[in-house]
Design a protein around this ligand. Structure first.
Ligand SMILES: Cc1cc2nc3c(=O)[nH]c(=O)nc-3n(C[C@H](O)[C@H](O)[C@H](O)COP(=O)(O)OP(=O)(O)OC[C@H]3O[C@@H](n4cnc5c(N)ncnc54)[C@H](O)[C@@H]3O)c2cc1C
Length: 384
């Protein structure tokens, strides 16, 4: 078994780079949208064959066991080559897997982890409900315990990749009498093929059916599908490692959008325009700030420190910098802004899709308002 952490950083980087360049399909580089499973499947299978589906999982569970430093190199090389974010796989490899590793029973680990690595099971995340998004603890989906089963009734919404998934992990209320709303919630695993489950796609602003609404009508699951203790689902769902939380703050996407902006401006002769240069320079400085903040948190991870509430600074900065750059890209593109393409690998600059896709980033991993609230209360200790 290869010990990746024993390798020199530069050698490891070259090894990852070589594998990606040799195996990642050229036509899928720098996609603006997340690709559907069938499109990205050949690449995911290559990763699975190589044993690279879950770089951050311990080796004993089929991961690469990478240290934070090596992990950042792995992520950086994927970003550099424009490898599509595998949201599909991510719910399983990035989120559920680590939760099972820390809270799952030996049977759950044995039965479920290998199928995540091979994409035999594709998981989606069922947290949000029509009346529970930012205030997730207000969720009302019911999990009624009957003998050795739970009976589920309720509705989940904005479930990414629900139509492509085979399973969902979710939070549901197992004790309606609990005193605090964070209590009485259980973390459950559900096969989407179970009787009573209905998945409906929702088309988003960029034209893809990426989100879903999933309804549960007397869906019965065995009690063995619960992860962690009964009514302790809130704690299980909060137990992500640092890597999963820093993943969304990488500056790679913003860097790529900025390069698009540069290419377009050059093509249109805009560097002679003082007004353009002024705003372009402001964005260049925003991007430099984002990179510096990312490096700060990445260094903390490498030193083995815990990432806490101040990670909201990175998530906020990343989301809003991405939006500012793509807004200016669309403005700069003038009449070309109406051209929609799937990817830019053919050399064209697509300004509309990145703009549309980036509308969601100030909502998805916590809204900007919520991150500002966290920074105010928990980092700056301002009064409520
Ligand atoms: C790209 C994307 C992918 C997603 N994928 C998933 C998924 O796979 N699974 C899943 O479960 N969910 C998913 N979601 C849902 C996401 O978690 C929620 O949209 C998010 O938590 C916000 O909740 P909401 O949409 O109900 O908005 P609300 O919480 O209703 O917020 C509406 C507005 O009110 C503001 N607001 C709310 N509370 C406060 C407050 N206390 N102070 C100040 N302002 C406040 C918000 O900032 C926002 O502007 C996804 C969303 C997006 C955009």
């Amino acid at each position: 078994m290869q010990d990746w952490n024993a390798m020199h950083d530069d050698d490891f980087r070259m090894e990852v780079r070589r594998f990606i360049e040799q195996n990642y399909p050229e036509h899928l580089r720098f996609l603006t949208n997340r690709p559907p499973f069938q499109v990205i499947k050949p690449w995911l299978m290559k990763l699975a064959e190589k044993g690279w589906s879950a770089p951050h999982w311990p080796v004993e569970y089929g991961g690469m066991g990478l240290s934070p430093r090596k992990l950042l190199i792995y992520m950086d090389e994927q970003g550099r080559w424009g490898v599509a974010r595998q949201f599909l796989g991510e719910a399983g490899t990035v989120q559920l897997g680590p939760m099972l590793i820390s809270h799952g029973t030996p049977e759950q680990k044995k039965n479920l982890l290998p199928k995540i690595l091979t994409y035999e099971n594709i998981w989606c995340q069922g947290y949000s409900e029509p009346n529970a998004g930012s205030d997730l603890a207000s969720l009302s989906m019911e999990a009624r315990l009957e003998d050795d089963s739970f009976v589920l009734n309720g509705r989940k919404i904005w479930t990414s990749s629900g139509l492509d998934s085979t399973h969902i992990y979710l939070l549901a209320r197992s004790d309606k009498q609990a005193r605090k709303k964070q209590q009485g919630i259980s973390f459950l695993l559900v096969d989407l093929a179970a009787p009573g489950v209905t998945v409906r796609g929702i088309k988003n602003i960029s034209g893809t059916t990426e989100y879903c609404e999933i309804t549960f009508d007397n869906v019965r699951i065995p009690i063995s599908n619960m992860v962690g203790e009964l009514h302790q689902g809130w704690t299980v769902s909060r137990s992500l490692m640092g890597f999963e939380r820093i993943n969304t703050g990488s500056p790679r996407r913003a860097e790529f959008a900025f390069k698009r902006l540069e290419a377009l401006a050059r093509e249109r002769g805009l560097f002679k325009d003082a007004g353009f240069v002024d705003r372009y320079t402001e964005l260049a400085l925003d991007l430099a700030d984002l990179k510096a903040v990312f490096v700060h948190f990445a260094d903390m991870l490498c030193r083995g420190e815990t990432l806490d509430a101040d990670l909201s600074v990175l998530q906020l900065l990343s989301a809003e910098t991405n939006q500012r750059i793509t807004e200016f890209l669309l403005e700069t593109s003038g009449e070309l802004g109406l051209t929609v393409t799937e990817s830019d690998s053919d050399g064209r600059v697509d300004a509309l899709q990145p703009f549309l896709v980036m509308r969601a980033v100030t909502i998805g991993a916590g809204t900007s308002e919520i991150h500002r609230d966290i920074i105010a209360k928990r980092v700056l200790k301002l009064p409520s």
